[in-house]
Design a binder for this molecule. Structure first.
Ligand SMILES: [Zn+2]
Length: 116
């Protein structure tokens, strides 16, 4: 099961925000610690296409993947810090601290959907 996959019924619970934040922090940390890819470090994966352009695309992807994954995880971390549930009112209803909409706000719901 992928790390983000959870039943839809759990996606709005405030604890889901903490879990998703832990996941993207872990991705960002692992990508930051990973050895940058170079042909001499881990080699070039087997060619799956006879197209030179496709091969160039693959190499360009591997060469930038570490930095791009780290940057995308950083964007997710920032969005999750902005869109977090508040402490809740006396009825246990939460609002987003960033956009003040009812929790889960549309931004958090979309992050859950995209990362599932
Ligand atoms: Zn929000």
């Amino acid at each position: 099961m992928p790390p983000f996959t959870r039943p839809a019924s759990e996606r709005g619970h405030p604890s889901e925000h903490a879990r998703l934040l832990r996941c993207v922090l872990g991705i960002r940390e692992r990508s930051a610690r990973a050895v940058p890819w170079e042909p001499d470090t881990v080699g070039i994966p087997a060619d799956r296409s006879s197209s030179a352009l496709s091969r160039i695309n693959d190499v360009a992807f591997y060469a930038t993947a570490r930095e791009e994954v780290s940057a995308l995880a950083g964007v997710c971390v920032d969005l999750l810090h902005l869109h977090a549930p508040d402490e809740g009112d006396e009825h246990g209803e939460h609002r987003c601290e960033g956009c003040r909409q009812s929790w889960p706000c549309p931004t958090f719901a979309e992050l859950c959907r995209l990362l599932a």
